[in-house]
Design a protein around this ligand. Sequence first.
Ligand SMILES: [Mg+2]
Length: 317
Amino acid sequence: MGKRVSDLGEFGLIALLTGEIKNNDPSLIRDFGDDTAFVRSGEKILLLTVDTLVEGIHFLRRYPPDAVGWKLVSVNVSDIAAKGGKPLWGLITLSLPPDLEVEYVRDLYRGINEALNRYGFSLVGGNTTKGEKVCLDFPLVGEAKRVIFRDTPKVGDKIFVSGTLGDSRAGLELLLEDKRDYKPHEWRLIERHLRPVARLDLSPVVEKYANASMDISDGFLADLGKMVKNFTAVVDLERIPLSEELKKYCAERGKNPIEYALRGGEDYELLVASDIDLTPYGFFKVGRITSKGKGEIYTADGRRLDIKGFDHLQGSD
Ligand SMILES: [Mg+2]
């Protein structure tokens, strides 16, 4: 039997697909392997990105549809924010099962609209099709004043994150328990998973000061591994910001909140390398780039950290 897509894993599949496409468009600055594609159009740098939410993979039908709509927009805006850009125009493809209630679609669009208003751009077109499950694609075009890649930090740079990590993972676990009642701190964790807020507020800081920047979607360590693939980094575990809600959740269950913060995924906070101190802008300093290398990440006391994170195709986590 031939190899299956799942045998490749998410990144193996991307390697196969990008190997098939040979781009020689001179306006293309970078295509694959970053949060967005970068294209020069006249004087402008355009940022192109697309993300998909699939029922059963990224969300369940019982989740509030307005939250699904909000998240669809937010995860795409997060990629634009990570490049120091601003979102301009969105498109949408909706695959919907024919028996889906109209009320569901209305609520979904209420959430989409809320997000468009919050982030200040428009949905300008789209497409609908029949599908077995609810499947939502959201291509987004943004613009930037300069090009900021995810993997070009400089030796000596400090590493920053824009907010608490691990909350979304705990929220997902709580959601999957499908309890009748949740405590207030549990609700707040669930909110972090269902309604992530793209850090577009920090995009101007990224644009000014970042040497490398990306958003944290696969987990802090997995994403830092991509940023520092040609470097060695040290992470100060004690400085990783943790919410009181996550600490309480973990204390109640005998779990380690740092593990959630390091490997959780879907935080949608920004991960930035800069030679400037970004803490006055609300960032948390969590580490530094110590030398050229091959993606090794160490703790402050010299322990090597395993960067394995969440793989969306193998669902190993
Ligand atoms: Mg990203």
